[in-house]
Design a protein around this ligand. Sequence first.
Ligand code: HEC
Length: 195
Amino acid sequence: MKTQKNNLRLLSILSRIVFIVMFCILFTSCVEEQQIEELVQEVDNGENTQEPQQIDETLVALPGLPDYTAGYDKWLKLNAEPIPPVPGGDPHNGTKNVYVNQERVTIAPDGEQTFPYPDGSIVVKEATRPNKDYIGLIAIMRKVAGSDPDHNDWEFIEYTRNDPDDDFTILARDRVCWGCHARVEDLDYVFTTLD
Ligand code: HEC
């Protein structure tokens, strides 16, 4: 009689253990499943992926200008002070700034500027016309390997607009520009040097 009672108690303890073990297994697998579900949801919501890139308004080219000029005014500025209009006739009439898409250390490794500019260089000059308060002229020199070996592979192009709400349109290019710029062939055709 006593052993039977003992057996019963043992059985009841055993079944409890089995129940607890089962419960634990079920619970952990549930948690795992839940975690996976949450993860899947996070990925779906984009929480686990990289932040979508902010569209930087300043990196959009001015209307009518080629995309490669986007954000040019964040590039290295060659001139320390704005370049004033040249009295008695200015080829790029206005107050000017000249930017290049290179690092200072690249074009002036020891503090002194070296030439020529590397392939892929883009020099952008903006001009605010006299008595105006918006950029009316953009002159560009862009170095594309093999494009024009006679002029150090620079492509010259100039855009203008007469109203701040207008798109820029092409005024002139290459041939018109070579005469003057050849005067500074030893500076790789670029008048403005790094200040
Ligand atoms: C009558 C001479 C003359 C002509 C023609 C001319 N330029 Fe210039 N350009 C200059 C001078 C001088 C500078 C530097 C001083 C300044 O901007 O006032 C200059 C500056 C520039 C700059 C800034 C880099 C630099 O050389 O200092 C760019 C870019 C430029 N010109 C592009 C052009 C393009 C494109 C054309 C043709 C559509 C052109 N230029 C035609 C004389 C000329």
